[in-house]
Design a protein around this ligand. Sequence first.
Ligand code: NAG
Ligand code: NAG
Ligand code: NAG
Length: 334
Amino acid sequence: MANVSVFALLLLFFVASFTGAQTVPFIVLHGIGDACKYSGMRNLVKSLSRWSGSTGYCLEIGNGSWDSWTKPLLEQTAIACKKVKKMSDLGQGYNIVGLSQGNLIGRGIIEFCDGAPPVRNFISLGGPHAGTASGPLCGSELVCTLIDVVLQLGIYSPLAQQILAPSGYVKMPIDIAGYIRGCRFLPKLNNEIVNERNSSYRQRFASIQNLILIMFEQDKVIIPKETAWFGYYPDGALHPVLPVQQTELYIDDWIGLRALDEAGKVKFVNVSGDHLDISRSDAKTYIVPYLTDQTSVVPRQKLEHSSGWISSIWSSLWGMFGLNEDLTFLSNDI
Ligand SMILES: *[C@@H]1O[C@H](CO)[C@@H](O)[C@H](O)[C@H]1NC(C)=O
Ligand SMILES: *[C@@H]1O[C@H](CO)[C@@H](O)[C@H](O)[C@H]1NC(C)=O
Ligand SMILES: *[C@@H]1O[C@H](CO)[C@@H](O)[C@H](O)[C@H]1NC(C)=O
């Protein structure tokens, strides 16, 4: 009898630890102008951890907000690569939740980071995966004219590439040659450069288990919003937006997206809301299931609305041009 109890206890212990070992940790990569220390990000990581039962980490690069603006994305990716390799908890594999620009760093970790632990699920919220085009929505204020001039004349200059992180993924459909020649990040990440395509990037990206691409129906920050699904303008024109399946990146499968899609591993999700403005229920429907292996009871926790992770390129550019004394308005969480 005693033996049976001991056995049962051992079994219970074994099952418990086995189930415990099954939960996969996740990292969150924030967007531009944001920081892990801001309450918006802290609440997001906490809520996702609680709902999924998995351990979540906010992975910071440098000092957060400032560095997210000014460090070239290749450098940011290299820092993130070193960090994930050092985090022993991720050794058996982990999931990534990317917000806006953070998605490109996440993809950079998967494609470029030699010897990194395997990424299982990649949940992308409002990622400028196919680039973002400048212009039409900034408006008619003087600052917008200034920004447009910088973006259109100087965005691919070595200087802009060196001091402005977003210059690494601004893709002007009317200057594809300049983009391929001067843009230092996205053409490499998307294997767009004819003689420099690296099959390792493709093979690595194609090896993840699920890719969840969340597009925000009212997104006015990334242009076009369909870039969150890898849709983009055709070379040389600002319309129409090509659905991902009609882009060369997909058709010739430069990064393994088509392979993933044909294996049923890509979910194209369309949610209502502006850039990164995801509701609790959508977060529970589209993010949480990929962070957890078991169906668990979903507690009614409030996902605080976080202006910290609503990272508007445009409003923050105002800050960069000195019209806003600092960037802390991005952290004014309620
Ligand atoms: C952040 O770090 C950079 C160096 O990478 C430094 O130049 C900058 O002043 C720092 N900014 C803040 C707000 O700490
Ligand atoms: C392709 O990328 C891998 C992984 O980063 C690297 O080891 C290799 O040298 C690259 N190949 C070429 C031809 O650049
Ligand atoms: C996204 O959802 C909205 C509302 O349901 C719908 O009107 C729109 O056509 C959808 N967009 C795409 C690209 O599926």
